[in-house]
Design a protein. Structure first.
Length: 119
């Protein structure tokens, strides 16, 4: 049996999200809103391991290099899911976020009021 070279899975979309949250994070005087999501574990196409898709966007530098969905690997479905939640747990303890529980409300800014000149 020929050995095939292992290659990380590329994830474009996730249909089955099992957990999702938005966090408000304050880091070095700046406010960030992070979107955290976890998809259902799936077998790797190689048939050797499993991966769990994770989305962590909007976190401060150092964590923000992770753009889009990324596979977090494990030996089986439970192991890959546990590894994904360990990663999220580390981010939670590093930043101490305020969970929003919903997407942030985007408020439109009102234009500045015109000053009235009376003559």
């Amino acid at each position: 049996m020929a050995k095939t070279k292992w290659k990380m899975v590329t994830i474009t979309t996730v249909d089955d999200v099992i957990a999702e949250d938005w966090w408000e994070v304050r880091h070095r005087g700046k406010r960030f809103v992070a979107h955290i999501a976890v998809g259902r574990a799936a077998p790797d196409p190689s048939g050797r391991d499993w991966y769990c898709p994770v989305l962590m966007e909007g976190l401060p530098r150092g964590w923000s290099e992770m753009h889009g969905w990324r596979p977090i690997y494990g030996v089986g479905p439970v192991d890959s899911t546990m590894n994904a939640f360990v990663l999220i747990s580390h981010a939670f303890h590093d930043f101490g976020p305020k969970p929003l529980g919903r997407p942030p409300v985007v408020r439109k800014r009102r234009p500045p009021a015109r000053s009235r000149v009376t003559r």
